[in-house]
Design a protein around this ligand. Structure first.
Ligand SMILES: Nc1ncnc2c1ncn2[C@@H]1O[C@H](COP(=O)(O)OP(=O)(O)OP(=O)(O)O)[C@@H](O)[C@H]1O
Ligand SMILES: [Mg+2]
Length: 291
């Protein structure tokens, strides 16, 4: 089981968009996937069509009562191999003392490790012990960021946080440029600075600006089911393949048939060709940003 924390203290950087769509991509490629929403905004529920539901069991309960078992909190989504643990939108951090190891201990139980190939954790932007729980338990970090100067500073701060609080020497982080615009010089400049500082291999190929990603959240489906031919679906497909390769996460059991989504009856289609609707994409190369 490989645990991925999608994290950045900068708000609105694409953490939830990435958590939901990446988890859905992993699941449709055959990996048994658990998505955990650690953010009390509860936005991941929206991306799975579960908005407005009250969840009797949610992940924040373990911070109030660590003897509870997270496996009893799991909801099976309509998407094959994709399980979900929702957040408590009423949880107020700071009203209690929270041990930073609680989530780590829960995820290390044998029953959990044998059930899931990958766990994706959507994290809150606020620095607190809930976020530290994700930092402590993750095997790898994906740090989504919009390529602006303040994000550059925020990434430096977040990597320091990982180094201070993460005790597992095998942890690894990858930087994910979000909403990239190849004509925006400041984006290119920021990406070059990050490449210089962290090395070419740290930078993932990225996700372009695509309003279909926001629309898919409104519809309550991961992008691959809602708009399978969109640039967003293509980018998340390629991203999931890149991450599986980087972290050697295996392929799981590949579905023999295309996966039909029960609710909207869309068929998961292969990703777009490299040229579609006049959008010119650079041929995919591992480790290269699409710009
Ligand atoms: N590639 C993209 N193209 C267009 N819009 C995007 C893209 N990625 C994210 N968005 C939009 O940007 C907004 C912020 O994204 P998201 O909620 O994923 O960020 P976040 O980091 O989880 O925010 P928070 O810190 O509040 O939890 C959302 O409205 C989302 O739909
Ligand atoms: Mg979020």
């Amino acid at each position: 089981m490989f645990i991925i924390a999608v994290a950045n203290r900068k708000g609105g950087s694409g953490k939830t968009t990435t958590s939901v769509n990446l988890a859905a991509q992993f699941a449709s490629s055959g990996l048994s996937t658990l998505l955990i929403d650690l953010d009390t905004q509860g936005h991941a529920s929206q991306g799975l069509g579960l908005a407005g539901q009250v969840f009797a069991n949610n992940i924040h309960h373990i911070f109030e009562n660590p003897s509870l078992n997270i496996l009893n909190m799991v909801i099976e989504t309509v998407h094959p191999r994709l399980s979900f643990i929702p957040a408590d939108i009423n949880f107020i951090e700071g009203s209690q003392t929270i041990d930073a190891n609680i989530l780590h201990q829960q995820l290390q139980q044998k029953a959990c490790a044998s059930q899931y190939d990958v766990v994706v954790i959507d994290t809150p932007p606020t620095l607190g012990t809930v976020l530290l729980n994700a930092v402590v338990c993750a095997n790898g970090f994906i740090i989504p960021f919009i390529p602006h100067h303040l994000s550059y500073v925020g990434i430096q701060q977040f990597i320091q946080l990982i180094e201070q609080h993460h005790h597992n020497s095998s942890s690894d982080y990858l930087l994910l440029p979000m909403m990239i615009e190849k004509r925006t010089l400041h984006h290119l400049h920021t990406l070059r600075l990050l490449q210089q500082d962290y090395g070419h291999d740290c930078l993932l190929r990225g996700v372009r600006t695509n309003i279909k990603l926001a629309e898919a959240f409104e519809a309550g489906y991961p992008i691959q089911y809602c708009f399978p031919k969109s640039p967003g679906a293509y980018d998340y497909h390629m991203l999931s393949e890149e991450i599986k390769g980087r972290w050697q996460m295996g392929t799981g059991e590949m579905p023999s048939q295309p996966v039909a989504n029960k609710k909207c009856e869309l068929i998961v289609k292969p990703p777009m060709t490299t040229r579609k609707r006049g959008i010119r994409l650079k041929q995919y190369q591992p480790g290269s940003c699409v710009i």
